[in-house]
Every structure is written in C-alpha cells, then in structure tokens.
Design a protein around this ligand. Structure first.
Ligand code: ZN
Length: 309
C-alpha cells in the first residue's frame, strides 16, 4: 500500500512540506528563536465554525484504548467544521445523517448494543447552517475525512457541491464487493453517497484554495483513503482536524492503534505512520489538534453561531 511504501526520512521531509507556497521549503530549518514562518504566512481563511454533528454511545471504550478502560461506556462527539475562505465556503465532514434527529431512540447501527454504536443528533446540520445564513448552494467544496456514516451522513443534502475525497477512498466505498453494516439510517430520505455526486479525486494531498491556507493530507489506515485537514486561521493559527486518524485524546497521547475486527495488520501500521505524520505537521506548523470524536475536548470548543477567526 502506498503510505507504507512511502516510509523513509526523505519522504517524511517531503510530506511535511505540503501545501504552502509562501512557507519555507520542505526540510528547511528555522533559526533557533525565529518566528514560525508557517504561522506568520498570509491566509485566505476568514472564519471557522464548529458544528454539532451528533453523538455516539459505545458500551465499551476499549476498542479505541486497547488494553485500557475495558467495559467502560463512552459518549463520543461528532463535529463538522465550516470554513469561510475569501474564495468560498468549505465544509469538512457532514456528520451523522440529519434524519437521526427524528429518531427518538437514536440509530443503533447494527443489532448488538454491546458492540455496535448508537448515534443521536440533537440538532440538524441544515438548521445550524440556516442559523448562520449559509445555504447549501453557498458551499463550494465538501471535504470528507473518509466514507463512514458519521462523516458522510448528509452528503446528498448538497448534491451539487464538489466532494474532495481520496481516490483510494472513492474506490473503497464504491467497490461492488463492499460489505458491512448499513451506511444510512432506516427511513432516510436521502441516499448515503451517490455515485453521480461531483467529486475531485485526491491523490495524497491537496491545497484546496491554492494559497496554502487549507490543505488535505493523506492519513490512511482507519480506511484505505482516509485524509485529515490543516487550516490556517488568522487569529487562532493553524488547526489540524483529525478525522478518524485518531479517535480520542487517550489513543493520541499513547499512540494506541484502535482495535477494529476488520482492520488488517497493514492498516494498523498505516495508522501508526499517519499518526507520526500528524505529529510532524503539528510541530512544523505549531498547530493545535482538534480530535473530532473526543467529546471532552469538543465540549470546550465554541460552537456556531460563534466562530473562530
Ligand atoms: Zn468517525
């Protein structure tokens, strides 16, 4: 697989240099005490809104914290993020389907509450966009970290918006032999992800607005074409949005690879490589890491209609 074949110091140096034409060249080291050139680079980003895109309940959190906290239940958050760039709006992930907001017992995706997650949604994505006066057609791009239902649940509410997805992820999702649990809740009025949806297929990394201020980077492992996002805010600085390259602060701090029965050894190794890449980028850009499913961290963020600049 591509990411594993790419291990090596030279490639790691090239990896971390992604995205920014006005920033230092890859591998170039700043003088000690010098201001971080990535942090002081100009940015076209104006605002970032954090949107509540659902909550999941699991009976046993040790799937993510392998060897620890066995049998302990956990609630995980789901966030979406709307970025206002001077060239247009960019939505990062679409969360659990808005239809789940109508399901009073939530959506148990599967049949076994001991092993399957139950998803709930207090407020729809559409209501939150309406509150900040953003219509679906105002959104120029949707980037998705990967094709799981808590991230693509509302894609087809934006049928004309171009979706930025890794090519490997697109191939994975539309593989006719794909099996597993349903991707959309029962009774959902919209399809899960239509093959006719306009897409841009990303190969490794993408500088979304071509000015280095918002870029996607490959963090394969959780799924074959998983990606994460870096965004440069004028006041807040650089923020990394994890997707599911990491699930909880616990597994990030201890670099624990979650246990999923479908995850093969090669994919676990990819997750480890991806976490190292994230670590390198966080250091290089002096960035914060926002972990989409870590509810304790997510609860500390201000949510729309408030925003970060
Ligand atoms: Zn997820």
């Amino acid at each position: 697989m591509k990411a594993i074949g790419a291990i090596g110091a030279a490639v790691m140096a090239a990896w971390v240099g992604v995205g920014c034409s006005s920033s230092p060249a890859a591998g170039e080291e700043a003088a000690p005490g010098a201001p971080n050139a990535y942090a002081s680079a100009p940015t076209g980003v104006e605002r970032l809104y954090v949107l509540d895109c659902g909550v999941g309940h699991a009976a046993d959190q040790s799937r993510w914290t392998v060897g620890f906290n066995a049998g302990q239940p956990i609630d995980i958050s789901v966030k979406c993020y709307l970025i206002r760039h001077r060239q247009g709006y960019f939505l990062w992930d679409t969360g659990i389907s808005d239809h789940v907001a109508t399901m009073k017992d939530g959506w148990l995706r599967g049949t076994n509450p001991a092993t399957d997650l139950t998803w709930r949604r207090a407020k729809t994505l559409m209501a939150q966009l309406e509150e900040i006066d953003v219509a679906p057609e105002d959104i120029q791009f949707i980037g998705i970290s990967h094709s799981h239902p808590d991230h693509i649940g509302n894609l087809e509410l934006f049928p004309k918006t171009t979706v930025l997805i890794q090519k490997l992820e697109h191939d994975f999702f539309f593989n006719p032999k794909r099996t597993g649990l349903p991707m959309a809740p029962p009774g959902s009025p919209t399809p899960e992800f239509s093959k006719d949806h306009p897409v841009t297929l990303v190969d490794e990394d993408l500088d979304v607005f071509k000015d280095g201020s918002v870029f996607l980077f490959n963090t394969a492992g959780h799924t074959p074409g998983h990606q994460s996002l870096m965004v440069h805010l004028p006041q807040t600085g650089w923020v990394m949005l994890s997707g599911d390259a990491v699930h909880l602060k616990h597994n990030w701090d201890h670099k624990r690879i979650p246990y999923f029965f479908r995850l093969h050894l090669e994919e676990k190794l990819q997750m480890a490589v991806s976490m190292q890449r994230m670590d390198d980028l966080l250091e290089l850009y002096d960035a914060q890491l926002w972990i989409v499913h870590d509810k304790a961290q997510g609860d500390t963020l201000k949510h729309a209609p408030a925003y970060y600049e």
